[in-house]
Design a binder for this molecule. Structure first.
Ligand SMILES: C[S@@+](CC[C@H](N)C(=O)[O-])C[C@H]1O[C@@H](n2cnc3c(N)ncnc32)[C@H](O)[C@@H]1O
Length: 541
């Protein structure tokens, strides 16, 4: 953090002695007023007597009898400043206050934690990289352990958010750095909570889960391992662009180049993944700028294998968002065919555009739709060989990266999300051609959003059948799952929590009346005359 009172830093406007600018006289006057007795021959005395350099005729010495070496050394006098430092606060005092400020914003839950943190950093541009990292890491630690920290904080006094900041700072930065800046009351409180046995706290509190979420996870096997993994920061997974790079070559390049400090290793399952430690500023790497690599969790990479798009096909990424999965699908299609990237959020699609540009893909058609049943969706009824629904979901599988989600979601939002997922899945399924596949995916661990949705879909869509994900993955990776669904867990697979189900539209399926009517209407509206009689141009979709 920028601190004007730091030793060695010159306050704004202070210049080196002997520079001879107009401020020298005033500075000398100030010095004489403040310095008291000036030691004869000292640097201060020389500074006070020095003429501004510009006023000295060329070649004339400042003091008769001075050698040129003495004059030269006079130009290198130590910095003397009129700055009177305020009593300095210890760095940790400032840090705790910064963390408290950010937490107070985040805990309103009005916006996602990552946007609040970035916004706060933009408002404090003088913070250095390390300052930012410390603030962000502690804020995220507090979000991960909020319920436990709140319970332990109850026995303290004063500002409750500060007590959260203290617990987070101790966990991330160490008690030896934090304790020296605490007051007696805070130290006594810390000593009291240190006596509490961790196991005496309920599992809900220990794992810092809200009740609605705990109730839904509690019957999962190895619950403590799961919750502990969800409360641990994730590594950074990146993916090579198969159109432009080879994973092994990229790995070698990173190991000897800009990735060396982040211990890059191949991800265990995805053929395109590389895992990095820490938080590299990867968006400044030339490999990123040239579209050779992208950030993508290994679980998301595996989804593309389940979709399995081929060259020349028509494929729809129904909830494309910022295009993470679209990019890999497009590359697997070798930039041929047509890949529609639908989303109701034009803002998210706009964020995808620079990624599409970097990737070098030319087969992607981004389309901002009004809702899942938009006319532009209905025009594609029965046309697509592959449709991916990466559905909006609770995001419980991504708590390692987005710990605020567990506090920002609720039972009510979960119910709204599941209703939306059902509707999106039904609409998207209409786009699937007979014999084509629909992949439904979430980054959730919750049965309501996963298995229950898959079963409901199958019950309501007898023209679709479930395809086992296990052999598809076994043929391309060394990931062996039970099937028929893909369920990934951070504690077992080292990825975010993911779910995917594959449905195939029976070859014998005939388009439902409503679907054929939609096509006929569109044809009679003279949108026809392209492949399969329905024209969906890049412009009009
Ligand atoms: C899990 S995110 C998708 C992430 C994206 N596939 C990626 O890999 O970056 C879900 C997306 O669904 C979109 N969405 C929400 N409601 C939708 C709807 N009714 N139809 C289509 N997309 C919708 C959201 O805007 C959001 O971008």
């Amino acid at each position: 953090m920028s601190n004007p009172s730091k030793p060695g830093r010159r306050p704004h406007g202070a210049t080196g002695a002997g520079r001879g600018n107009k401020k020298d006289a005033a500075r000398a006057a100030a010095l004489s007023a403040s310095a008291g007795a000036v030691r004869p021959g000292s640097a201060t005395e020389r500074l006070m007597n020095a003429q501004p350099r510009g006023s000295r005729p060329s070649g004339e010495r400042a003091f008769p009898g001075q050698t040129s070496a003495q004059i030269a050394s006079q130009d290198k006098l130590p910095v003397v400043s009129t700055y009177v430092p305020k009593p300095r606060q210890p760095v940790m005092t400032v840090r705790l206050d910064q963390i408290r400020q950010v937490l107070e914003e985040v805990l309103t839950w009005r916006f996602a934690a990552d946007s609040i943190v970035s916004h706060w950093f933009r408002a404090h541009p003088k913070l250095g990289i390390r300052d930012r990292a410390e603030v962000a890491e502690v804020v995220y630690d507090v979000l991960r352990h909020l319920r436990r920290y709140r319970q332990l904080g109850e026995s303290g006094v004063g500002n409750a958010v500060r007590r959260l900041a203290i617990q987070g700072a101790i966990a991330i930065l160490g008690a030896e750095k934090v304790r020296p800046v605490l007051d007696v009351g805070e130290l006594a409180w810390l000593d009291r909570i240190a006596q509490i046995e961790e196991q005496s706290l309920s599992l809900q509190v220990r794992s810092s889960l809200p009740d609605w979420l705990f109730d839904r996870l509690k019957d999962m096997p190895e619950l403590e391992a799961l919750t502990s993994a969800l409360n641990t920061a994730a590594p950074l997974d990146i993916r090579v662009n198969p159109m432009k790079a080879d994973r092994d070559e990229m790995l070698a390049d990173l190991i000897k180049g800009n990735g060396v400090r982040h211990a890059p290793v191949a991800t265990p399952y995805s053929p395109w993944g590389i895992r990095l430690k820490g938080r590299p500023a990867m968006n400044k790497w030339h490999q990123f700028e040239h579209g050779l690599i992208e950030v993508q969790d290994e679980g998301s990479q595996l989804l593309a294998l389940l979709v399995g798009p081929k060259r020349g096909e028509m494929v729809i990424d129904f909830c494309a968002g910022a295009g993470g999965k679209t990019l890999l699908l497009g590359a697997l299609m070798r930039s041929t065919g047509r890949l529609y990237a639908f989303d109701v959020s034009a803002t998210r699609l706009a964020k995808a555009k620079p990624r599409f540009a970097r990737s070098g893909l030319s087969n992607i058609v981004p389309v901002a739709i009004e809702h899942e049943n938009d006319t532009r969706v209905r025009r594609l009824a029965g046309k697509a060989q592959r449709v991916l629904v990466d559905a909006p979901c609770s995001g419980v599988g991504t708590l390692r990266r987005n710990p605020d989600l567990k506090w920002r979601q609720s039972l009510q939002s979960l119910q709204e999300l599941t209703a939306l997922q059902t509707k999106i899945l039904a609409s998207a399924s209409r786009c699937v051609a007979p014999g084509g596949r629909l992949v439904y995916a979430t980054c959730s661990l919750l049965k309501e959003e996963n298995q229950d949705q898959a079963e409901l879909f199958l019950a309501n869509h007898p023209d679709f059948e479930l395809i086992d994900a296990a052999p598809i993955l076994a043929s391309r990776t060394n990931l062996h799952i039970e099937g028929p669904y893909l369920s990934l867990r951070p504690d077992v697979h080292g990825t975010d929590g993911f779910f995917a189900a594959i449905f195939e539209r029976k070859k014998s399926a005939t388009l439902k009346n409503t679907e054929s009517e939609e096509i006929q209407t569109l044809e009679s509206n003279s949108l026809a005359e392209t492949e399969n009689k329905i024209k969906i141009s890049r412009e009009d979709v």
